[in-house]
Design a binder for this molecule. Structure first.
Ligand SMILES: Cc1ncc(COP(=O)(O)O)c(C=O)c1O
Length: 394
């Protein structure tokens, strides 16, 4: 399989991990030699209930037996999507009511950006340096990392960048600004949390100038930070929330949620303001609904904070200078990118999956399923500590 993988499937780097996956269950992925890997990455934050959670699998199978794709997005009433969007609304404060379901996170970002222009009649987007919002042209235009964009220019004009957590930059948000888009916790940059009521200050500035605030919850959302959405930790209610990844419970999804007044603008001037064939797909919506129910009806969110504490208690080592992030969205900061590579690659050999972050080469991603057990956390932490000991003494 591996030679066909390299020959026929597009690669995104010259050095993929290239594990040959056989099956996965709970916190573990198994390769084709039946070696077991404890998964501290969860499909890059996309599998909050671990792998093949029985309730998710059962919801998918039940829906498969009823119908799959029947119509383009938004024309027919289909129970999984209706129930999913209703449950999302139930979890959120007013005026959030309507959710637009898409196929991926980046597509939901595109929809949210378009809605901000449509609603304000303004063109300017303000985004943060080192931000990541996806890889289509619009999302890439608001990505705050020039090195990854340069080859694809020209991108969307009228985008300005501010520094995340820097209050003085907020005066760049003006009456020309359609929206400010921020990750609630900057992911690719190294799991950087908003400090000193930063998001509330951005919120206030947006109100002053009539700009919308979009929070990208694609990574922190769906329980990972101890709340259903990360913004609930930071005293700030945005105008539009974008979610994805974990919402699908392992299936591809994106979503943007806002008030009915704002969302209904996409119906008119022009009509069909944002359309997609497969968004809201019944099988994927069934998976998302089962996932969201499980997360909101159990203790998993509260436990995410207890598990964060357990990681922090065990991951004490002189090579770890800091553990950033919140809940089960944690990044170990190590002295050099080389040590990061050694740790991630050796851990994989020893049956523990860790991963890099996009823009912070000194960071190691720890984003296990919310269902990871305390024993698994302790077992994985010991593997990390042993490898760091070996690196230190080599
Ligand atoms: C914060 C954030 N926004 C947007 C995206 C893009 O989502 P997708 O890969 O589903 O298009 C990601 C994916 O990593 C993300 O982490």
């Amino acid at each position: 399989m591996i030679s066909d993988f390299f020959k026929y499937q597009a690669q995104t780097s010259t050095h993929p991990l290239a594990m040959e996956v056989s099956h996965a269950s709970g916190s573990y992925i198994y390769d084709t030699s039946n070696k077991r890997y404890l998964d501290f990455v969860a499909g890059v934050s996309a599998c909050p209930l671990g792998h093949n959670h029985p309730k998710v699998v059962s919801a998918i199978k039940t829906q498969l037996d009823k119908y799959m794709h029947v119509m383009v997005y938004g024309e027919y009433a289909q129970q999984p999507a209706v129930e999913l969007t209703k449950l999302i609304a139930k979890q959120l404060p007013a005026p959030f009511e309507k959710t637009y379901l898409t196929n991926s996170g980046t597509e939901a970002i595109e929809g949210a950006l378009k809605l901000a222009r449509r609603a304000t009649g303004r063109s300017e987007f303000i985004a943060a340096k080192t931000a990541y919002h996806g890889n289509t042209m619009g999302s890439m235009s608001v990505m705050g990392y020039e090195e990854r964009k340069q080859a694809f220019r020209p991108l969307i004009p009228d985008v300005r960048f501010i520094q995340f957590n820097v209050e003085e930059d907020l005066n760049l948000i003006t009456c020309k600004t359609a929206c400010v888009i921020l990750e609630t916790i900057q992911g690719g940059a190294g799991f950087i949390e908003p400090q000193d009521d930063y998001l509330a200050k951005v919120r206030a500035r947006c109100h002053e100038v009539g700009a919308l605030l979009i929070l990208d919850e694609i990574q922190p959302g769906i329980g990972r930070t101890g709340k259903l959405f990360g913004f609930e930790n930071y005293n700030c209610i945005p105008d539009i929330i974008v979610s994805g990844k974990g919402l699908g419970g392992g299936m591809p999804i994106g979503a943007f949620t806002t008030s009915s007044a704002l969302m209904d603008l996409l119906q008119d001037k022009p009509k069909l303001g944002h359309i997609t064939t497969f968004g809201g797909h019944p099988v994927i919506a069934a998976s998302a609904l089962a996932t969201l129910k499980e997360i909101t009806e159990t203790n998993l969110m509260a436990e995410a904070l207890e598990k964060e504490a357990l990681f922090k208690k065990h991951l004490v080592h002189s090579l770890i200078s800091e553990i950033r992030g919140k809940g089960l969205m944690l990044a170990l900061i190590l002295p050099t990118p080389d040590i990061v590579n050694q740790l991630i690659l050796t851990a994989q050999d020893r049956g523990l999956i860790l991963f890099w972050l996009l823009f912070e080469p000194k960071a190691v991603r720890i984003t296990p399923p919310l269902t990871v057990s305390n024993e698994e956390i302790i077992e994985g932490c010991q593997v990390i500590l042993d490898i760091l000991d070996e690196i230190q003494s080599s």
